[in-house]
Design a protein around this ligand. Structure first.
Ligand SMILES: Nc1ncnc2c1ncn2[C@@H]1O[C@H](COP(=O)(O)OP(=O)(O)OP(=O)(O)O)[C@@H](O)[C@H]1O
Length: 339
């Protein structure tokens, strides 16, 4: 079976499900209190002045609520939201078409903004600063730039890698919100809210059980909730209790710390076949039968965050905590192991 984060069918289902569960207003957005307060202020101030707010950059790992916040910004301002993404904009002309189609005050959400092409990025500088684009007509020495005025709009950019954004682009955002992983209490609140929206009777122990296994990520919390709901419905349980939640999560191979099959396979191979490492990423990926990107972008960041694996210049190395998680004893003879 493919890993759930890269399984395309899972993603299609998840999209519908996510849309239904998205909080619509800032007050419904759980957690991230600082971001909520700061953003609330930016929006209130703009409303007061009757102008468009500054451009907003949302940065943070996948599934923490960047798209949700972009939708909330538009809803709070009572304006339309247009959505596109860095990879979808191949040429500067594509961006010019999107920008010149905006109505006054609208919010443009550009996901994965760090993946914009260079010419599109440069066009965006001018659009963000002067509400203007220069469309180049013709080629070579005869080419001329035709300026097109744009109505004031608010750009909401989202990136998983703020560090990859060129300085000039980053500087043109008046407000940057850095989203952090959620704590278990906030995630339990998100699970409770989603369960209520889905009409799933669930006790508070199960909410906590799901929250603890969600890797600090609302998208994962919602996904696990859906699996627990499937399980309890099919098995005929009238309410999700702790035992039901545990049995469901065990069936889906999500352990008490939130590691799934792939995470455990990576740790298992690293400790069993390679004596704890160091071992190169491609060898590791090959050994677990997964794509390099999946191991690098899905499993590894979480294992590193949990202190179970370390990335070194010579390769990936298991930590003593990694061994302990699998119930194994680290080899005394490997000096590369981390505590
Ligand atoms: N603070 C929150 N409160 C309640 N639900 C949330 C919150 N943040 C995210 N969610 C839920 O988690 C899911 C994923 O959120 P969203 O799509 O906004 O993440 P994202 O950061 O844009 O991810 P990606 O970058 O991968 O697109 C949605 O279903 C959303 O409803």
């Amino acid at each position: 079976m493919e890993h759930s984060d890269v399984d395309p069918t899972a993603q299609v289902e998840d999209r519908d499900y996510e849309a239904a569960l998205r909080p619509k207003r800032l007050t419904e957005f759980e957690g991230q209190p600082r971001v909520r307060e700061q953003l609330g202020l930016v929006l209130d101030a703009a409303r007061h002045r009757g102008t468009s707010p500054d451009h907003v950059l949302l940065s943070g790992p996948p599934g923490l609520g960047k798209t949700t916040l972009a939708m909330i910004i538009a809803a709070e301002l009572g304006v339309n939201l247009r959505i596109s993404s860095g990879p979808a904009i191949q040429h500067a002309g594509d961006l010019a078409a999107i920008l010149s189609g905006l109505d006054e005050g609208e919010v443009l959400f550009l996901d994965e903004i760090h993946r914009l092409s260079r010419p599109a990025e440069e066009m965006l500088y001018l659009a963000m600063e002067d509400f203007r684009v220069d469309v180049i007509v013709g080629k070579g020495p005869g080419a001329t730039a035709i300026p097109i005025e744009l109505p004031p709009f608010t750009l909401v950019g989202a990136t998983t890698r703020a560090g990859l954004l060129p300085g000039p682009l980053r500087d043109r955002f008046g407000f940057t919100a850095q989203l952090d992983f959620y704590d278990a209490a906030d995630l339990a609140g998100i699970v409770a809210g989603s369960a209520a929206k889905l009409g799933v009777p669930i006790d508070s122990h199960s909410q906590g059980e799901i929250a603890r296994r969600s890797r600090g990520t609302p998208r994962i919390a919602n996904r696990l909730l859906r699996r627990v709901r499937d399980f309890s419905q099919v098995k005929g349980h009238p309410e999700v209790t702790r035992d039901v939640a545990r049995a469901a999560l065990e069936l889906y191979e999500v352990d008490e710390r939130g590691l799934d099959r792939l995470d455990r396979a990576v740790l298992d191979v690293l400790t069993r076949l390679f004596d704890g490492g160091p071992v190169g990423l491609s060898t590791l990926a090959l050994s677990v039968g997964e794509e390099i990107e999946t191991v690098a972008e899905v499993a590894e960041p979480f294992l590193i965050r949990e202190g179970l694996l370390v990335r070194t210049p010579r390769g990936r190395v298991a930590t003593r905590a990694g061994y302990a998680h699998l119930g194994r004893r680290p080899p005394a003879a490997n000096p590369a192991l981390f505590d």
